[in-house]
Design a protein around this ligand. Structure first.
Ligand SMILES: NC(=O)c1ccc[n+]([C@@H]2O[C@H](COP(=O)([O-])OP(=O)(O)OC[C@H]3O[C@@H](n4cnc5c(N)ncnc54)[C@H](O)[C@@H]3O)[C@@H](O)[C@H]2O)c1
Length: 271
């Protein structure tokens, strides 16, 4: 059962981090419902493959190379999207993550200032920058929808991930501020996923860590990017016209109390 029968035809979306993982699944799901999609990503080569898939579905798609932590690049990206499509109906602030050094050196006593800053920039500042650049157009249209991809770590922190958890908690709070500021014209919501099966999720964890994490998920498996995408399509649709300032959790029953015993990631293999 999928929600992708919802009709979003005629709409234009920007999906940050749309080249792979959850962002790719959201881009394809929106396109299946009739949306033209701008893929705004730091990795345009991967994005081109997604754009080709979207075009095969009969929708337009443009890859917009951007580092979402850089205000100048963000302004250019949004300008190009408006130049090409004339409007923006849906913004999905998805780019982010807790990969690489930020992931391994996560503990407060070990994290380097640079890693802290990078984690906050890609997960939190990016949401502010892209939203600021897009919101004026949506307010002029008197309609728009913003979806922020947060994380359940923003609701309860994971061991060894203080910077990422703090950034995602701030995204959840910012979502509510934005919903207030842009009401009644722009709806702003967040999705807080649990462990989703994307390449970086597996790459950054040992088999033992994966086993431990799965034992804390009531449904006994990781989530699929497409399952997060279904929620995004719902939020973007008119079916969610009365939904704003909300945080939709999707985690298969990932139980936070058990996370207290979760191993931290000091010994994760180098990526
Ligand atoms: N995978 C999970 O288990 C999980 C769980 C909860 C929340 N999330 C969140 O979902 C979002 C997507 O996660 P994912 O697992 O699909 O990640 P991913 O690493 O598979 O994909 C992230 C995408 O963002 C792009 N990106 C990274 N930095 C960028 C930058 N500075 N500018 C522009 N693009 C950039 C990457 O090129 C990539 O295409 C993230 O915000 C992540 O924090 C993921």
């Amino acid at each position: 059962m999928s929600l992708t029968d919802l009709n979003l035809s005629g709409k234009v979306a920007i999906v940050t981090g749309g080249s792979q993982g959850i962002g790719k699944a959201i881009s394809l799901a929106l396109a299946r419902c009739g949306t033209d999609v701008c893929i705004a990503d730091i990795d345009p080569d991967l994005g081109k493959e997604v754009a080709t898939e979207i075009k095969a579905l009969g929708q337009k798609s443009t890859v917009l190379p951007v580092d979402v932590t850089d205000s100048g690049q963000v302004a250019n990206m949004v300008e190009k999207a408006i130049e090409t499509y004339g409007r923006i109906d849906i913004l999905v602030n998805n780019a982010g993550g807790a990969s690489g050094a930020n992931f391994r050196l996560g503990r407060v006593l070990r994290i380097k200032e640079r890693d802290w800053d990078e984690t906050i920039a890609v997960n939190l500042k990016s949401v502010f920058l892209v939203t600021q650049a897009v919101a004026k157009t949506m307010l002029d249209q008197k309609k728009g929808c913003i979806i922020n991809i947060a994380s359940i770590t923003g609701l309860f922190p994971f061991a060894g991930m203080p910077a990422y958890s703090a950034a995602k908690a701030a995204v959840i709070n910012l979502t509510k501020s934005l919903a207030m500021e842009f009401a009644p014209h722009i709806r702003v919501n967040a999705i807080a996923p649990g462990l989703i099966d994307t390449p970086r999720t597996i790459k950054n964890r040992t088999p033992e860590q994966m086993k431990h994490l799965l034992s804390n998920i009531l449904r006994g498996r990781t989530g699929k990017p497409e399952e997060v995408a279904d929620l995004a399509v719902y939020l973007a649709s008119d079916a969610a016209e009365w939904v704003t300032g909300s945080i939709l959790e999707i985690h298969g029953g990932q139980t936070w109390l058990a996370e207290w015993g979760q191993p931290d990631f000091r010994d994760a293999p180098k990526s």
